[in-house]
Write a protein that binds this ligand. Structure first.
Ligand code: IPD
Length: 273
């Protein structure tokens, strides 16, 4: 029997909430313990413990499941259910005391993401989606969950476009060259610093589009479902899936416009892998 997406979402939500509380307990005094792809690609002392907590909660409830986590990699195999975990998306914001960071957890069944949660505690926002069940914002600012729809009918020239930049100098130079060409053709650019939150902001109509190269699956698995369930198209260049080469998300018409523009601008390490 196929696992119930509602039960997976419930487990993801409670694990994300607990991890967010753990992260909140240290967000004003956190230390860097490691760097990854470059000296500015940091791991704080809380990334590991937050992922450990999430893994522990998931495996306590569902011991046979596989988990792919940013810090611990892939564990488990041959399981119908795989969890995709970013214990702390927006690590640099967390380090600097900025509020745009989140815990992101998605559940795949047989390779398809069926449930996703992005919990951004300092924004008092938790975004949730189930495949076919819509995308919902549970906000500390309002009493009841609100169903999300991305903005539609926005022309490229009027679009507020979220993006992000990788941690490696050459990649950033290429990404900067793309942004320089894009900026005169859109309303403006936003760089929040957490890809999962960017995708949820798109779902909530707070930006009109999002694109970025170099993202990992754990950055976009939950947010991608939330954006799609809010009516957005999420994909890569030339019909490919969203992924490290490019993740692009917007309402379907704007997706096409931005896709065609980016396809002409994309070069070097900013683009195809
Ligand atoms: C990063 C953030 C950032 C994006 C980077 C990601 P991390 O994730 O999502 O917004 O621009 O591409 O790597 O390092 O904070 O988990």
């Amino acid at each position: 029997m196929s696992p119930d997406a509602a039960e997976l979402l419930e487990l993801a939500s409670s694990a994300a909430q607990e991890a967010a509380e753990l992260l909140l307990s240290r967000h004003d005094q956190v230390r860097v313990v490691e760097t990854k792809s470059s000296p500015t690609d940091v791991v704080t002392e809380m990334d590991g413990p937050a992922e450990e907590l999430i893994r522990h909660r998931i495996l306590a409830a569902r011991p046979a499941d596989a988990i792919l986590g940013e810090e611990g990699g892939q564990t488990g195999a041959d399981s119908q259910v795989r969890w995709i975990v970013d214990p702390l998306d927006g690590t640099v914001n967390y380090l600097y005391g900025l509020p745009e960071w989140a815990v992101s957890i998605a559940a795949e069944v047989s390779g398809t993401v069926v449930a996703g949660v992005v919990c951004a505690p300092l924004q008092r926002n938790t975004y949730k989606a189930m495949l076919g069940g819509g995308a919902w914002l549970h906000s500390g600012w309002g009493p009841a969950p609100v169903r999300l729809s991305c903005n539609t009918g926005v022309d490229l020239a009027d679009a507020l476009v979220a993006t992000g930049f990788g941690y490696m100098a050459e990649q950033r130079a290429d990404q900067g060259a793309v942004v320089a060409q894009l900026l005169p053709r859109v309303r403006d650019i936003r760089r929040a610093g957490a890809a999962a939150i960017d995708l949820c902001s798109l779902a909530a109509g707070r930006v009109d589009a999002y694109y970025e190269s170099g993202v990992h699956y754990w950055d976009i698995a939950a947010g991608g479902l939330i954006a799609r369930e809010a009516g957005a198209r999420v994909g890569g260049l030339h019909g490919r899936d969203a992924g490290p080469a490019l993740t692009l998300a917007a309402s379907p018409v704007l997706f096409e416009q931005l896709h065609d523009l980016l396809a002409g601008l994309w070069t070097g390490s900013a683009g195809e892998s």
